[in-house]
Design a protein around this ligand. Structure first.
Ligand SMILES: Cc1ncc(COP(=O)(O)O)c(C=O)c1O
Length: 488
């Protein structure tokens, strides 16, 4: 598929991203809504020039009046600017407008199924209260640092060691969450046009960070059943990507976990190809009832090379295990790589607040007591959502993941974007399936997180069912989901 990140999007690409549209008197508003969604979740970048109204009318087989009205609606909502001579360009409305939200922000909605952010783990308030007397200690120093305090890095290293991966404090850099860790990794290790392998679907902000760092992305499929491991290994062998980004435990969004024997194959293929594996373990602590635990992925890495060390860079975070409001994450890698991250970091930020690190150290040390509570909480949420979806949307294929934070639901139609628009109109924030792919595929899938309060999981499911009923009544033609093409 043609890339949409250039300065112009063709009518054909725009229509394929927008998906199937109904054919009635309000067709213009449906088209405008769909384009708005693509703009808001970043699939059509700001500044992109849209096709001319005439070109879009010809290509879509719709009347010029419909397209003119759709573009007018986009201008009215502040998503498009049209200027004589330079056509119509994508823009973003002013912040604070009622109908505008940055992608993934659910605050303005009645129910938020856009973010997979769990509530604070039970027991966190007590740890904060207990730590408050030591907070003034942070005032003695500048209060932030590039590497992370020795006491927090030691606590993180001890936890890796307890989970079967000997680690020293000089193998850890503390970051402001896992997203920061991914972005720092991408910007430090990648050079423009490097090939990066990601899963499809994957966590979208990770591939966005790789793209920003200049990467050319290729993908390997993952389903709720797991990885096509031969495809993954052969792609590493054939394409020799500079970096491969994987979420091997309770993968976001499918919930799948990679089998231990496959981890060995992937690590060996990456080592032979000179590919650095960036292993995101943000969700690794979120087992609900997975019957096995293989410990940290990097246990499988052997030996060392001068540039990539053991070849595995592990990303971790307290966001899912404890609370995302802390903004504490880390990278575990060979000490020489950690020094490169420290050296590169000031171009992006000047360090992690030490007040948060003081708190984080106590939380990391308390994880063995906190995690069972998190698991029990997520079990209740998962089961409530599964029951509600099975009851109200029996035609959907709803998996029962054994951990993680979301369900990767298979819809009976290519209707994920349409469902997102219709749900938003009802006050339910969603992220459409194609946002989780690098090429706009996956229209038949929807990620439904089970992190919201249980009453919201039930209310949101009723909104989904209501939107689905409206959609089914519109007789959306089912389109075959195209097999994922490799994009190099
Ligand atoms: C797989 C994965 N990686 C990274 C992140 C970002 O986490 P953080 O809040 O620590 O930046 C998330 C959050 O949803 C995630 O699911």
């Amino acid at each position: 598929m043609e890339s949409t990140s250039g300065s112009r999007i063709s009518a054909r690409t725009l229509l394929s991203l927008a998906g199937e549209l109904r054919d009635d008197s309000a067709a213009y508003e449906a088209l405008a809504e769909r384009i708005r969604l693509l703009i808001v979740d970043g699939r059509i970048p700001v500044g992109t020039r849209l096709p001319s109204e005439r070109e879009l009318a010809v290509q879509s087989g719709r009347s010029r009046t419909t397209i003119v009205a759709a573009y007018q609606s986009l201008r009215d909502s502040g998503h498009v600017l049209s200027r004589q001579g330079s056509g119509s360009r994508v823009t973003l409305p002013r912040l604070g407008r009622q109908d505008y939200r940055p992608s993934g922000e659910g605050e303005n909605f009645g129910v938020d199924f856009a973010r997979a952010v769990p509530p604070p783990v039970e027991g966190l308030a007590e740890i904060i209260a207990d730590a408050s007397s030591s907070m003034p200690l942070a005032l003695a120093a500048p209060g932030f640092d590039l590497l992370g305090t020795l006491s927090l890095r030691s606590a993180i290293a001890d936890r890796y060691a307890a989970r079967g991966l000997p680690t020293t404090a000089d193998q850890i850099i503390v970051t402001m969450g896992a997203q920061h860790a991914i972005s720092l990794t991408a910007h430090t290790l990648l050079t423009r046009s490097d090939v990066v392998l990601v899963e499809s679907p994957t966590y979208p902000h990770a591939y966005e960070a790789m793209r920003r760092a200049g990467a050319r992305l290729i993908a390997t499929p993952v389903t709720t059943g797991g990885w096509e491991i031969d495809h993954l290994v052969e792609t590493i062998e054939r394409m020799r990507p500079a970096l491969a980004y994987l979420i091997p435990d309770f993968h976001n969004p499918t919930g799948a976990s990679m089998r231990p024997e496959d981890r060995v194959r992937v690590t060996e293929a990456a080592r032979a190809a000179g590919t650095i594996l960036v292993v995101d373990e943000t969700t690794a602590d979120l087992s609900i009832d997975r019957p096995w635990d293989d410990g940290p992925f990097a246990r499988h890495a052997r030996g060392a090379s001068p540039f990539s060390g053991s070849g595995v860079v592990t990303v971790g975070s307290l966001s899912k295990a404890a609370w995302a409001g802390l903004r504490i994450g880390w990278i575990r890698a060979d000490a020489a790589l950690i020094r490169r991250f420290v050296q590169a970091r000031p171009a992006g930020d000047l360090g992690t607040p030490q007040i948060e690190q003081l708190l984080a150290e106590r939380i990391v040390r308390a994880l063995p007591e906190l995690l069972p509570r998190r698991r029990e909480q997520m079990r209740r949420h998962r089961d409530a959502l599964h029951e509600a979806l099975s009851l109200h949307l029996p035609e959907w294929q709803v998996p029962l993941p054994d951990g993680g934070l979301s369900m990767w639901v298979h819809l009976a139609q290519s209707a994920s974007s349409a469902m997102t628009s219709l749900s938003e109109a009802r006050g339910l924030a969603l992220v459409a399936g194609p946002k989780f792919s690098i090429d706009g595929s996956l229209e038949r899938f929807l990620r439904v997180p089970f992190t919201a309060p249980i009453a919201d999981l039930e209310a949101g499911t009723r909104m989904l069912a209501d939107a689905w009923a409206q959609l089914s009544a519109r007789d959306v033609r089912s389109m075959a989901d195209t097999r994922l093409p490799e994009m190099v």
